[in-house]
Design a protein around this ligand. Structure first.
Ligand SMILES: [Zn+2]
Length: 115
């Protein structure tokens, strides 16, 4: 996973919220998530050593966490793209992403043809 952008940029208000505040919140949330995941993995590993059902639960939970973290990274990228003016443009083909697609999936990076 890529690291969140920590460098400050000019204050920008888009869609009724401050991009910098939203970014700071997301970066803090990501750090907290990573801390909680590390703690949970240590606990799971300890319990799984004596109970095989815990090992299964651990694996399912790790999968869910991976999806959540990937989504979090996509949201962070969307906020960066809002800030740099590239939000709503497909990263693959450069076409505008349909508004309906952005309404349904605000952090999408690709148009429907490239998805
Ligand atoms: Zn595209």
């Amino acid at each position: 996973m890529t690291s969140p952008t920590l460098a400050p940029s000019s204050v920008s208000i888009r869609g009724g919220f401050a991009v910098q505040e939203r970014r700071a919140t997301l970066v803090d949330t990501l750090a907290e998530l990573k801390r909680v995941i590390a703690e949970s993995e240590a606990t799971f590993d300890e319990l799984a050593s004596t109970d095989p059902t815990v090992a299964t639960a651990r694996d399912v939970t790790k999968g869910r966490l991976a999806i959540g973290l990937a989504t979090h990274a996509d949201v962070e990228t969307a906020l960066r793209r809002l800030d740099d003016g590239t939000y709503g443009t497909c990263e693959r083909c450069g076409a505008a992403i349909a508004a309906a697609r952005l309404d349904a999936l605000p952090y999408t990076r690709h148009c429907i043809a490239c998805a």
